[in-house]
Design a protein around this ligand. Sequence first.
Ligand SMILES: [Zn+2]
Length: 342
Amino acid sequence: MSFTRINGHGHILPEPKQIPQFMKDKKLFWIDDDKKFMRQGSWSRPITDPSFFLKDKLIWMEKNKIDHGVMLNLSQVYCNGWSRQDAIDAIRWQNDFNAFVQNENPTKFTCGFVVQPNFMDEALAEIERCVVELGMKLLCLPTHYLNKNEEWVSVADESCFPIYELANKYKLAIEIHPYDAPKMIKLKDENWRFHLVWMMAQTADTLHLFTLKNIPNKFPNVRVCFAHGCMLGQANYGRRVQGFEGRPDLFKGAEHPKTTLGHPNLFFDTLVHDPYTLQLLKHRVGVSQIVSGLDDPYPLGEMESVGDCYPGKVIDDAVNLNILTENDSKLIWKDNVLNWLG
Ligand SMILES: [Zn+2]
């Protein structure tokens, strides 16, 4: 493999001792000293791979010929429903940590920073701090946030437009990633349904509003990537068009979904687990809008520890099935990621 491979979607955990004491004292987020579990309140999740941590992540990247990785924020620290001060403190710590990882390893990582739209003044100030002081250029947003009235709101809502205005000024890349589905959907938590089904709906829901509000054209300097290929968003395009045309009374002032289909500033990652879903993504938006995304080191990411999976499997499968060419694969691994990041 001679060309550069950039992974456009990964996550990294701090070492237990890099998490400040208040995070554990307030049960906001912490990691056991033996590094076996990450925890938040009464929630916990096993740490299933050594490459959750920086040193082993670098070894894992070397082994899998990943030259550079885009590390998003920790989903557990979107801070939905947290108090103002807890959100400010945790987000500042999280962003400082990601800036540290990026600035210590600039050839290896581009790291994202996160803000919480419920506290808009603080969110805008944090964008300024991360861009100007910390040298970051990738803003991470959850698909939805909990507002002051305790309503779940998409980040495509007008209440978030000041964020896009500032991102537009700084020509930022944005990643939109789902989390917190169990808090939005009143269903029993079983068989990982919130990750396997509802996360896909969360991302599709935000793409729905994002295109109806014509955000890609309103903020033309911003390049947005939707996680996990926004796979349901690709599959239900036809239904959204049907609805838009069938009930125009429900879409007053909204833009037709086709206006931004394949828009050059809308990107989608490859983490769809199925070459035929990737084929649909290519058909909808074109190869130029697809970026590699491994979602490592989670077990829903392309990890060699899961079955016959390995990093880059779905791209290779698509090449083997003649869904993508070798050249498409190179663009997805490198040029398209760079175009998204800017
Ligand atoms: Zn992820």
